[in-house]
Unconditional design. Structure first.
Length: 250
């Protein structure tokens, strides 16, 4: 089985690199980088959120949330000792971001209905892929991209995070046209398919599936933005790869 997987990856990589080499001069292709998939301007409060986690500045982290949605006594001694939850994160960066319209947010994230829209101004909603490196993987924080929805708004001119929720079901996002169609997002979908299906034996025989081998083997073709026939081809191959993983890694 291992040998078959290696042959599968090598064959797919060879095909993609050959195809991209042939038509690359006529298509818009970009190598992977941390800003590639950013589709919307990143709110300052989200930038501060990422920086606070990277700098382990938990006072700033707590104060980025709105006063009515703020943690108290965080982090606790036990959390600091064992590095649980968000404290298990070594580093984080924004991989992808799109703004969600007000008319769509109730379908995508109904929890945001609890936000006091009379108290806060300039409320905006975002679908964000955050790329994590963590010390101890668990259901909520693991190595790779984790997708979340954020609500941000202003109170007395200060911008706050009004709420954020992990994405477990991507169906509404896809139906309404908010998905990125990226390799990282596809891998997150695979992970949730496994979680919902009760699969406890991911590829590395560990507790959580790592970044898929295909990403490290052929990162360029899977992390591109393309137009026309190339975009269709890449999307099709991604979906073939997902089907392969779901069938062969259970």
């Amino acid at each position: 089985m291992i040998q078959f997987k290696k042959l599968y990856v090598m064959a797919l990589a060879t095909f993609l690199f050959t195809f991209v080499g042939i038509i690359g001069t006529n298509s818009e292709i970009h190598a992977s980088n941390s800003d590639q998939f950013v589709k919307s301007p990143v709110p300052e409060v989200i930038k501060k959120y990422v920086n606070s986690i990277n700098n382990k500045d938990w006072d700033s982290y707590v104060n980025l949330y709105s006063p009515d949605n703020r943690l108290t006594d965080f982090p606790g001694e036990e959390q600091q000792k064992n590095r649980t939850g968000i404290l298990s994160v070594d580093s984080i960066e924004i991989a992808e971001i799109k703004e969600i319209s007000k008319k769509d947010i109730n379908e995508i994230q109904p929890y945001f209905n609890d936000i006091d829209r009379e108290l806060y101004q300039d409320i905006k909603y975002f679908y964000i892929g955050l790329d994590y490196n963590v010390q101890n993987e668990n259901e909520f924080f693991y190595n790779g991209a984790r997708y979340q929805t954020f609500a941000v708004g202003k109170l007395n001119g200060m911008e706050y995070i009004l709420g954020n929720e992990f994405v477990y079901n991507f169906d509404k996002l896809e139906t309404l046209g908010y998905t990125f169609d990226s390799a990282a997002e596809y891998e997150a979908i695979i992970r949730e398919e496994r979680r919902l299906g009760g699969n406890v034996n991911p590829m590395n025989n560990g507790g959580i599936q790592p970044r898929s081998a295909i990403n490290s083997k052929i990162a360029l073709p899977f992390y591109i933005t393309a137009t026309g026939p190339l975009k269709v081809l890449v999307s099709t191959i991604k979906k073939m790869h997902i089907t392969y993983l779901l069938v062969h890694t259970k």
